[in-house]
Write a protein that binds this ligand. Structure first.
Ligand SMILES: [Zn+2]
Length: 311
């Protein structure tokens, strides 16, 4: 495959791109994901793809990264908490509409596959890929493939409880890694700093809609103490999750991507410090997480990798 059509169906936005065999994005369009009738989502993807193929095609194959539990063999999205979709045959629908073979997988697993084929994982025998954005997800690459598990749930680190009795999670439980360290958790911690009167001028000067992980990380970089406390706590929670990863999987490396992963300059040292005391034989292991080489378009690169490097 020399050129692939890549589709990233996210919980909020859908991106379609044409990507070459080296992972270069030749063209890309992004629109809000029409949640609701999946036929609408497919129609939107087909119209974006038709535009892109006119300018950057033709392509040899196509891949789609989907949010949720995916049955790779049948191309069916089994369930997706972010969209409410259940048992949607996205693979066959897209394939029929565009006349292309479509390889589909869960978005995080697609990212791990792209990291191994196009990113920083080349040459590694095993690594754990973690995305930290509006949620937390993970996937293990080992022995030349991304491990799926019995029910396609391997690597789902987001719902590991790292703070018993902690913040309420969308899964109905409390203290999950996702609820304690993803983007919404940074915002919640900032609101708590403001409510307690501990926040400094930086957080107090932000409008409500601006209280997000990216701006909190910027505040931490400028030395704001409340923002530093938030980043420190998020790093501690991520370390608690990764402690389990090292104990069970013994990966050669950990890659972190996603929007909050962009704060790895702040989180990395906290995670390394915590893991150095929590992980067995830590001094002999690579416990400083690495930034994903896939960048902002990780899931689009993931979708492309599904098509470019068939398993
Ligand atoms: Zn949960």
């Amino acid at each position: 495959v020399r050129r692939a059509l890549a589709v990233d169906v996210g919980g909020t936005k859908t991106a379609v791109g044409v990507v070459d065999a080296a992972g270069r994005i030749l063209g890309k369009e992004t629109r809000p994901t029409p949640l609701g009738d999946p036929a609408e989502a497919v129609a939107l993807i087909v119209s974006m793809a038709t535009d892109l193929l006119r300018g950057h095609g033709p392509v040899d194959a196509a891949g789609a990264a989907l949010p949720g539990v995916v049955d790779r063999a049948s191309g069916i999205l089994r369930s997706s908490p972010s969209s409410g979709w259940r048992d949607i045959p996205f693979g066959p629908m897209l394939s029929a509409a565009l006349g292309l073979p479509f390889a589909v997988d869960n978005d995080v697993r697609a990212c791990a596959w792209a990291e191994s084929t196009l990113g920083g994982g080349a040459g590694l025998g095993s690594f754990f890929w973690m995305t930290v954005s509006t949620g937390v997800g993970g996937a293990l690459f080992q022995g030349g493939r991304v491990i799926e598990g019995a029910r396609g749930l391997a690597g789902e680190l987001g719902h590991l409880v790292v703070e018993p009795g902690g913040a309420a999670c969308g899964c109905g439980r409390r203290g999950c890694l996702e609820a304690e360290a993803a983007g919404p958790a940074w915002r919640r911690m900032a609101l708590a700093e403001l409510a307690d009167g501990r926040a400094g001028a930086y957080l107090a000067g932000l409008a409500d809609a601006e209280l997000d992980a990216r701006r909190i990380a910027a505040g931490a970089r400028s030395g704001d103490e409340a923002c530093l406390r938030i980043a420190e706590r998020a790093g501690l929670m991520l370390a608690r999750g990764l402690e389990a990863v090292y104990a069970v999987l013994d990966p050669e490396a950990v890659f972190i991507g996603g929007g909050v992963g962009g704060a790895l300059d702040l989180l990395g040292p906290v995670i390394e410090r915590e893991l150095s005391t929590r992980v067995f034989l830590a001094s002999e292991r690579d416990i400083l997480p690495r930034p994903s080489a896939l960048g902002y378009d990780a899931a689009l690169e993931g979708a492309a990798a599904l098509a470019l490097f068939p398993r």
